[in-house]
Design a protein around this ligand. Structure first.
Ligand code: UTP
Length: 264
């Protein structure tokens, strides 16, 4: 199935990257030689998307728009149009995705969390698109998590065994912790949604942390049995924390520069 639009939420507070994020939005922190968010836009373009809707806060909007206005002159971004939409208050990831509803309209769409970057050569979006039966099913990227991370991620409720990397899902729970986790499969920042997720998000009340949780909308899709998971073999690089940003810079830098660059 070909997916022509991607939604990239980038309007979070970025508290774990303070003080840098007091003046520079998290999505614009440099990773090697480009703002973090550019990696997600490039990834969406590689998967065939022609339009990237970036959800930004009031401060970051004009900076991000200015960066991507260069459009065609940025290699890898010749064929994708970047359109910002503002989330006035950081009311949660589900709320951020809902801000893109009007622009996405009735199209299925990729969703990419901009503070997670795929490793070179390890794209997962094509596998999500391949897993959506006749475009009626949303497909979540999953990773098997260790105990520690079961309190930090949304965790899914399996409804089948894994076959060829895919499984059916019956729902999801936000940050359940190891005691209550329904499985070890966590939602890791790459999604393919059918557009009806917007009518679910519209009605979702605030959940964990008082935020409108994307995981609660995913849970509802699961209860309608139109939800699948794809178990990714590699982890994404989390640039939302200082050690994560450092690690991502080294991994991405090593893939581009000669080893001598890293000698003291
Ligand atoms: P996180 O919770 O990981 O990021 O959101 P954060 O809120 O920016 O960071 P901390 O926890 O304060 O350090 C995951 C993704 O969802 C976006 C973020 O920008 C990030 O890409 N997000 C989150 C929004 O766009 N709006 C929100 O209201 C919340």
């Amino acid at each position: 199935m070909s997916i022509e639009v991607a939604v990239i939420p980038a309007a979070g507070r970025g508290t774990r990257m303070r003080p840098a994020t007091r003046v520079v939005p998290k999505a614009l922190l440099t990773v090697v030689d480009r703002p973090a968010i550019q990696y997600s836009v490039e990834e969406a373009a590689r998967a065939g998307a022609k339009e990237a809707i970036v959800v930004v806060d009031l401060d970051a909007g004009h900076l991000i728009a200015q960066h991507f206005k260069l459009g065609g002159s940025l290699p890898g971004l010749e064929d994708i149009r970047v359109r910002p939409v503002v989330q006035e208050e950081p009311l949660g990831l589900g709320h951020a995705v809902y801000e893109a509803a009007e622009m996405v309209a009735d199209r299925p769409f990729f969703c990419l969390l901009s503070d997670n970057i795929v490793r070179p050569g390890q794209d997962v979006l094509p596998s999500l698109a391949a897993g959506s039966r006749d475009g009626e099913t949303s497909v979540m990227c999953l990773r098997e998590l260790s105990d520690e991370f079961l309190s930090k991620y949304g965790v899914v409720i399996p409804d089948s065994e894994v076959s060829d990397g895919y499984l059916d899902l019956a729902g999801a729970v936000e940050k359940p912790g190891p005691e209550k986790a329904p499985s070890r499969y966590g939602l890791v920042g790459r999604y393919l949604f059918t557009p009806d997720v917007f009518s679910i998000l519209e009605k979702i009340p605030p959940g964990v942390g008082g935020e409108i949780q994307l995981t609660d909308a995913i849970n509802e899709l699961g209860s309608q049995r139109r939800l699948r998971g794809y178990v990714a073999e590699t982890s994404l690089l989390d640039v939302g924390t200082p050690p994560g940003l450092l690690h991502a810079s080294v991994v991405l830098g090593r893939s581009r520069f000669e080893p001598e660059v890293f000698e003291d």
